[in-house]
Design a binder for this molecule. Sequence first.
Ligand code: MRU
Length: 354
Amino acid sequence: MSGMFFSDFRTIYWREGAVYLVDQSKLPHSLEFIKCVSYREVCEAIRTMKVRGAPAIGAAAAYGLALAAHNSGARTRAQLIEDIKKAYEELRSTRPTAVNLFWALERVLRRAMAVKDGVEDVKKAVIEEANKIAEEDVEVNKRLGKIGAQLIDDGDTILTHCNAGALATVGYGTALGVIRAAVEGGKRIKVIATETRPKLQGARLTVYELMKDGIPVTLITDNMVGYCMYKGMIDKVIVGADRVLADGHVINKIGTYSIAVLAKTHGIPFYVAAPFSTFDLDSKVKDVIIEERKPEEVLCVMGLRIAPEGAKAFNPAFDITPPEYVTAIITERGIIRPPYEENIRRILSLSAWS
Ligand code: MRU
C-alpha cells in the first residue's frame, strides 16, 4: 500500500520566523495548524496539549528555543544565551514526564553554547538544530517502523493505546509507524484502538490517522481490552513511550500498564516502539515525575460534566510498566529484548549521549 496521507505529512515546521503546529485539540473535526510567533505561545500549546506526544513535544520545544533566539533583541552573544536560557527554563516546565522535551531542549541549548561567534551565528545555529531535530524524528520513525514491521505477521490484529502516530511525532509515528511500515510492506493488518480516557487521544487521533490512511481500525473503550484478549481478538500489542529507563521500565499513557498485565496473562506479545530520544539512562523509576492533570479532565468528557458537582477525581496522565511485562522494545537501532539493563546498554552506546 502506498500513498498513505500520513506517510509524508509533517505536523510541525518552521517557516519565515514562525512555527506551525497541528492543533491536535481540534481533531478529528478539523485539521488546522496553529502559528506560533513567540516561545510563550509554544509553551502554551504544549501545556494545553494542542501539541502532545513525546517526540512532537520535543520538536515543538526545540522550535520554541528557535523562536526565542530569532526574536531576541540581544546585542551580544552573552545576552542572547541569557534569552535562550530563560526560554529553556519556561519550556522545560510545560510538562514533566516525556523525556523528549528535556532531550530536545538540552540538545539545542548545547548547540547554542558551542557557537563562539556573534549573535547572528548563534541564532542561525539554534534554528538549524531545531530543524535537524524535526527532520531526524521522521527519519528515525521510518527506520524504527521498518525494523518493527519484522515482528508483525500478515493478518495480525494489533491493539494500540493512546496515539503514538504521526500526530504524536513530527511525522510517520512510532507505534503507528510500525503498523504503517507493515502495511507498506504488503501485510494485511487490522488495528484495535483504545479510546484513551480522559483526553481520548485514541478515539480522536489514532482512529482519525488510521482511517485517513485506509488502515482498518476498530475503536473500543479502555475497559474492553480484557474481553477482547479473552476472545482471542488481539495478536499483538504495540504502544509508544514517553520515557524508557535503563532497566526497561516504560512510562507511557495511563492505562498502558493494565494492558501489559493483561497481555502477559493472555500470552500476547507486548511491544513498545520508542526512538533513542525517548530513552532516559540516568533516572531511576522513583525519580520520574508522573504528571497529574486537572480533575476536570476526568469529571468531564469533552467539556461536558459527567460527575456530580463536588465529586473528587484523580488524574495521573501516565503509568509505569515494569520490564517483565515488555516482550521487546523497538528502536531505530534494532529490537531490544530482555535482559534490558544489559541489552539497552549494549545497543545504545554511551557515545550517542554525549
Ligand atoms: O499526554 P500525551 O497525549 O502527550 O501522551 C502521549 C503518550 O503517552 C504517547 O503514547 C507517547 O508520547 C508516545 S508518542 C510517539
